[in-house]
Design a protein around this ligand. Structure first.
Ligand SMILES: [Zn+2]
Length: 513
């Protein structure tokens, strides 16, 4: 890994010459790295640190636990922080797998976000460049969340060590955030007051590049299950007696699909049918459909109201009842803080892209070949900080969005995934295990820790983030989309996870990876 320490010793080695050259020409001088920052970079650079957190990431990858079922993953991460001296609170905001780990006291309070949930149906062997599931149909880490809370935890422990060594004031917190894939935890964590008093937040996400961004991105989202109640009947004997809840679901979907034409182009609208009856010869008296309704913050509520109208129309036309519209979660777009992104960018450039081995490059090229994309291997350069796109509409969503509206926040995307690997796909699961993931999350942890050190030690830097945030809040005050009566969907993935948990644990015990 090439970070500033190497460059610095070079400068010291030829100090006299460097000084002469720097004075004689306008050549850029190597920035001086503060001792607190150097300490976190040094600790994270130790092979044993890399290995410890690499193994944690691999373990979470192997557990492959779906949102709000991440019992082993959450416990492993929380225990690691507790052993390192953090005070850990578990089972927060109504979610058994949510935790907050805290070290230090008083201001400033710097928060790090960390996710650890997997995705359904993506099981895949690690570092195998063709589709080969560990357990057919089981969940897998197709978004790299196994590396993410791990990166945050290792960064936080590095920062804690520097706080001890240099008597730094302030508090560092890791927000163990379950169920990002169903965007389900952050609005509940905010509602429970877990982010109260936090001055700035550093988020992270696994990626193929090493970068950050600012401005508005992604989509706001309502995640809602519509459940209909009808009347059973013999489908052939006396169908006129029955009222089909499945009809209501189908009519809702027809109405919603007609609605698409008349929505602004920023929308995304999709659904899966969760329940649609058990057999054709019994008119189903219960059926349900799960919708993701996505749009900009400004357009979301109006669009959602129209989708609810579609569900009411489905009930009316089928003679059934819309028994419930259960909002599992509702979130905002991301509004990333520019001053935070600028700070993070300087630390990404300081840390630099990891050096990839020949074996890693060979795997990357084999995977790229299998996917039919350019065989260019792993990236060599970190990303540049660019102005947000003015034409970007839509895309995915993250519940980090709500956090960006309650504290200045930006995201570090760190490398490790092969360029061309597809998100939420077996190819991404294949990348997120082993040395690529270890190196990527380690580089991410360095950029997170270095940025946290800046925020803890440079009041003027933190003040800049806060000023921008407070100005922005005047026009974008946080008003949660999440209805006050919504509860975390702890039940949602329970059955699906239980179907695969034993088989996954058996594979782990047999070391099938
Ligand atoms: Zn993700």
């Amino acid at each position: 890994m090439r970070h500033a320490r190497v460059a610095r010793s070079f400068v010291i080695g030829v100090a006299a010459l460097a000084l002469v050259l720097a004075a004689a020409s306008a050549a850029p001088r190597q920035p001086k790295v503060a001792k607190e920052k150097q300490a976190v970079l040094d600790w994270l650079s130790r092979p044993e640190t890399m290995e410890e957190f690499g193994r944690i990431s691999d373990a979470v990858w192997g557990f492959a636990e779906l949102g709000l079922q991440e019992f082993r993953s959450s416990a492993l991460l929380a225990d690691t922080l507790e052993k390192a001296g953090f005070k850990v609170e578990r089972g927060l905001a109504g979610m058994p797998t949510c935790f907050v780990a805290t070290y230090g006291s008083g201001k400033p309070v710097i928060g790090l976000l960390g996710e650890f949930d997997a995705l359904p149906m993506l099981s895949q062997k690690g570092r195998v460049a063709k589709k080969e599931p560990v357990i057919e149909g089981a969940p897998g880490h197709g978004c790299g969340h196994n590396t993410m809370a791990t990166a945050a935890a290792s960064a936080a422990i590095a920062v804690k060590r520097a706080m001890d060594a240099f008597q730094l004031p302030g508090t560092i917190k890791v927000f163990g955030s379950p169920a990002e894939e169903i965007v389900a935890s952050r609005p509940y964590m905010i509602r429970a007051g877990l982010f109260d008093g936090v001055d700035a937040v550093i988020d992270n996400h696994s990626s193929s590049g090493f970068a950050t961004d600012y401005g508005v991105s992604g989509n706001a989202l309502f995640s809602t299950i519509f459940t209909f109640k009808g009347k059973t009947a013999h489908s052939a004997g006396a169908p006129w007696v029955g009222r089909s809840a499945l009809d209501a679901v189908e009519l809702t979907n027809v109405a919603a699909n007609f609605l698409r034409e008349h929505l602004p182009l920023t929308h995304r609208l999709h659904y899966v049918i969760l329940e649609g009856g058990e057999a054709p010869n019994v008119v189903p008296d219960r059926a349900s459909v799960w919708y993701y309704v996505r749009n900009t913050d400004e357009r979301l509520e109006e669009m959602y109201k129209r989708v609810v109208d579609c569900a009411n129309a489905g009930a009316l036309a089928s003679g059934t009842e819309l028994a419930s519209a259960r909002v599992l979660s509702a979130i905002h777009q991301r509004h990333a803080n520019k001053a935070a992104a600028e700070l993070i960018q300087t630390n990404i450039e300081l840390v630099g892209m990891p050096a990839w081995s020949e074996e890693e490059q060979a795997f990357a090229k084999a995977l790229q070949k299998e996917l039919g994309v350019e065989e260019k291997g792993m990236p060599a350069e970190v990303g540049k900080l660019e102005a947000p796109s003015r034409t970007f509409v839509g895309g995915g969503s993250s519940d980090v969005g709500d956090v960006t509206l309650i504290a200045p926040t930006a995201t570090i995307t760190f490398p490790g995934q092969v360029p061309g690997a597809i998100g939420h796909h077996w190819s991404s699961v294949a990348c997120n295990y082993g040395s690529l993931a270890w190196k990527g999350l380690n580089a991410g942890a360095k950029a997170i820790a270095a940025s946290a050190i800046d925020l803890l030690t440079k009041p003027d830097v933190l003040a800049k983030l806060r000023r921008e945030f407070e100005e922005y809040s005047k026009t974008h005050p946080y008003k949660p989309f999440l209805p006050a009566d919504s509860e975390p969907p702890n039940d949602l993935n329970k059955e699906l996870m239980e179907r695969y948990r034993a088989a996954l644990e058996k594979a782990l015990a047999a070391e099938i990876k």
